[in-house]
Ligand binder design. Structure first.
Ligand code: SAM
Length: 345
């Protein structure tokens, strides 16, 4: 007997074009909110295909706007699509899409930076971390000012296996300013290598899959846009708490063009800086004359492991902040200067 095909393919019925929706609901892009829309459905289909097979998937779309990507996701045969949009002007247009796809599209008027997606989909979708990724995907074309802080927040969620990653290794397909996409995927030694490269690559398999020219958007942004796909790793390449890794990586890149010992020195109070930096680099077996961009994720793993040991021995070390020390020293210098002035009077 032939296997019965239970899947039915869903296609949206004929609808007004995105351009017509924009006109109908007067959805002119707000420049201050960095709104740039995709009107070409062949292009939104192409972006959505980069997310992988979405058949029967539960998808969380961030910032749907007038709904171009939303339509492509619905046409990909998803079980459910949840969209979170901050600008209320887009809700009626999205409602029209929801009516055309009964039971498939859930609309939330809210902010992706605070929305709790971990409660939004059925519990039964949850997978063990080591299993294949769950059938839950995040897709979004957000303003650049939101996508970068959001990916940092989500990377922290990956490391803690909470937020969208309470379902398991949820995959993400997101757009970034091309330069940021290049930084996210930059390899050791490349010009674009940065803090973001290490923070993303120690937790996820990161792929820059597509470049969308700025002219594809309305209004046209000043830069091209990169589509980046993230799959959390079963085991992070640096097994230390996110804030510790962030502190080490941030310090290392503090002086981007100098030898790495300069930036890493910022992890330690001035009085012990030379000695402790030397110890850190020696124990981690990292050449102090490498530039930050030449440090691999393995180098960072050793540095984080040794720094962790140093923090365990001296519990005040992790709280040390070189900026505060510099500020205090400046105040002290000013006070001493004041004392000298008044003694001269
Ligand atoms: N996805 C649509 C497209 O590709 O045509 C719109 C893209 S536009 C660059 C970004 C969208 O994200 C806008 O609709 C904007 O209102 C929305 N947005 C911006 N910040 C947001 C936030 N914090 N939470 C939810 N939506 C947000």
């Amino acid at each position: 007997m032939a296997a019965s095909r239970t899947l039915t393919t869903f296609r949206l019925p004929p609808l007004p074009t995105i351009r017509e929706i924009i006109k109908l609901f007067r959805l002119q892009a707000v420049k201050q909110l960095s709104q740039n829309f995709l009107l070409d459905l062949r292009l939104t289909d192409k972006i959505v295909r980069k997310a992988g097979n979405l058949t029967n998937a539960y998808v969380y779309e961030v910032g749907p706007g007038p709904g171009g990507i939303t339509r492509s996701i619905l046409n990909a045969g998803v079980a459910e699509l949840l969209v979170v949009e901050k600008d209320s002007r887009f809700i009626p247009g999205l409602q029209m899409l929801s009516d055309a796809a009964p039971g498939k599209l859930r609309i939330v008027h809210g902010d992706v930076l605070t929305f709790k997606v971990e409660r939004a989909f059925p519990e039964s979708l949850k997978r063990q971390w080591e299993d294949d990724p769950p059938n839950v995907h995040i897709i979004g074309n957000l303003p650049f000012s939101v996508s970068t802080p959001l990916i940092i927040k989500w990377l922290e969620n990956v490391s803690q296996r909470d937020g969208p990653f309470a379902y398991g290794r949820t995959q993400m397909t997101l757009t970034f300013q091309e330069e940021v996409a290049e930084r996210l995927t930059a390899s050791t030694g490349s010009r674009q290598r940065s803090r973001l490269s290490v923070m993303a690559q120690h937790l996820c398999h990161v792929q820059h899959l597509l470049t969308v020219p700025g002219r594809a958007f309305v209004p046209k942004p000043e830069v091209d846009v990169g589509v980046v796909h993230f799959t959390p790793l079963t085991r992070p390449r640096i097994e230390q708490p996110f804030p510790l890794v962030e502190k080490v990586v941030q310090s290392a890149f503090h002086f981007r063009r100098k030898y790495c010992h300069r930036g890493l020195g910022m992890l330690f109070p001035e009085a012990q800086r030379r000695e402790s930096t030397g110890k850190l680099l020696q124990m981690a077996e990292v050449d102090p004359t490498l530039r930050p961009t030449q440090l691999s994720v393995s180098h960072f793993r050793s540095l984080c492991d040794v720094y962790r040991e140093m923090c365990d021995k001296d519990p005040r070390l992790f709280a040390y902040n070189f900026r505060e020390e510099r500020k205090k020293n400046k105040c002290k210098d000013q006070e001493q200067e004041g004392d000298r002035e008044s003694s001269r009077l």
